[in-house]
Design a protein around this ligand. Structure first.
Ligand code: NDP
Length: 338
């Protein structure tokens, strides 16, 4: 059993030395537990936060502990009546070949979910749930409004855009590079998508949003938020989902204090900016998401893109790819055969 543990805490971007690959004996499940073999491991931006011991909404991974992560796995041994060997499950297995988890914390994949099991880590799982609740419950998009979202080809952003289209909105994406932008329009059905790496994002965004922005789904922060802020309409809603451009930052950006620009905009435009942590705030509404998303998915209304990397050994480098935008679609590590 191979597993990656946290060896040291990163300063800035994670480096190879922050992780240690260990070999261990197979763990044994106790009553009420399952032994799982990892097939697909999800890599997500939040993992950078768990490597740090700065105060946050969730405790950090302790030094020497297995890196956290959601995974799609097969049951090898079950000490719970609801599961049998061979079942597909989603659980917090972490970065390892095999894991023992409490059966009550594992979700069995059934029906259509078995056609494409890895999607339980993307549009049909946590990132999809995040897009759905953040957009609909906090963003409250109405037909005819303009919705803007960055990281537009990732699992969260691509779904935010597609759901906003289903609700009759105009959708403008922001992504890194021309290829991703073209894909957001052609594959995901965005009305427009702008490259944040090219010059004059603020001006191009203004031209793309002639009636201003009613909902800005915040995934990245930094320069993108700077471009968005002046374009927000009165009573705009900003679901604050993530600020991935800042996850490797070690201190606040240098320069003059621009906080008043933000607070004044909030006051004058009566903006509603609300952070959320998906399972803490909305865990009780997962069944609603699962039902609606499976209906949309079965009706072919939802598109997805996965970026699958082979081999657990590539997980550390791939996490950096997610943080730097080198992924193109939902980053999944294939750890073992199906
Ligand atoms: P993605 O797969 O979209 O990966 C992150 C993307 O962020 C990169 O691909 C890159 O896309 C973009 N990015 C990275 N650095 C920058 C930068 N400096 N400026 C602009 N864009 C940048 O991730 P997810 O869809 O999984 O997650 C999206 C966001 O949602 C993250 O902030 C994540 O933390 C957050 N999240 C929050 C949850 C919650 O409960 N609040 C739950 C799940 C996710 P590109 O190349 O297009 O710029």
């Amino acid at each position: 059993n191979r597993r990656f543990v946290l060896a040291s805490r990163p300063k800035g971007a994670p480096v190879a030395e922050n992780f240690r690959l260990e070999e261990t004996d197979l763990p044994k499940p106790a009553d009420g537990q399952l032994l799982l073999r990892t097939v697909y491991l999800s890599l997500d931006p939040y993992m950078r936060g768990r490597m740090s011991d700065a105060p946050s909404y969730a405790p950090p991974v302790a030094l020497g502990d297995v890196m956290v992560g959601g995974a799609v796995s097969r049951v090898v041994e079950s000490k719970d009546a609801h599961f049998k060997p061979g079942d597909w499950v989603v659980a917090g297995s972490g970065w390892q070949d095999y894991a023992v988890v409490d059966a009550k914390l594992a979700r069995k994949l059934e029906g259509d979910a078995l056609k494409h099991p890895s999607l339980a880590l993307g549009v049909l799982g946590m990132p999809g749930f995040t897009a759905y609740m953040g957009l609909l419950d906090i963003g409250e998009p109405k037909a005819g409004e303009t919705v803007v979202v960055a990281a537009a080809t990732g699992p969260v952003g691509s779904l935010v855009g597609q759901i906003a289209k289903l609700k009759g909105c105009k959708v403008v994406g922001i992504a890194g590079g021309e290829e991703k932008c073209r894909y957001a329009v052609e594959h995901f059905g965005f009305d427009e998508c702008l490259d944040h790496r090219a010059a004059n994002l603020g001006q191009r965004l203004k031209e793309a949003c002639p009636r201003g922005i009613d909902v800005y789904f915040e995934n990245v922060g930094g320069a993108v938020f700077d471009a968005v802020l002046p374009l927000l309409n009165t009573k705009a809603r900003v679901p604050l989902c993530g600020v991935v451009s800042q996850y490797n930052a070690q201190e606040l950006p240098k320069g003059e204090d621009r906080l008043t620009l933000l607070t004044t905009a909030i006051l004058k435009k009566r903006l509603r900016i609300q952070g959320f942590i998906i399972f803490d705030d909305y865990g009780h509404r997962y069944p609603e998401f699962a039902k609606q998303m499976s209906e949309w998915f079965a009706a072919d209304k939802i598109k997805f893109r996965e970026h699958i990397v082979q081999g657990l050994e590539n997980a550390p480098a791939s996490l950096n790819d997610v943080l730097e935008g080198k992924n193109f679609g939902k980053l999944v590590i294939q750890v073992g055969k199906e």
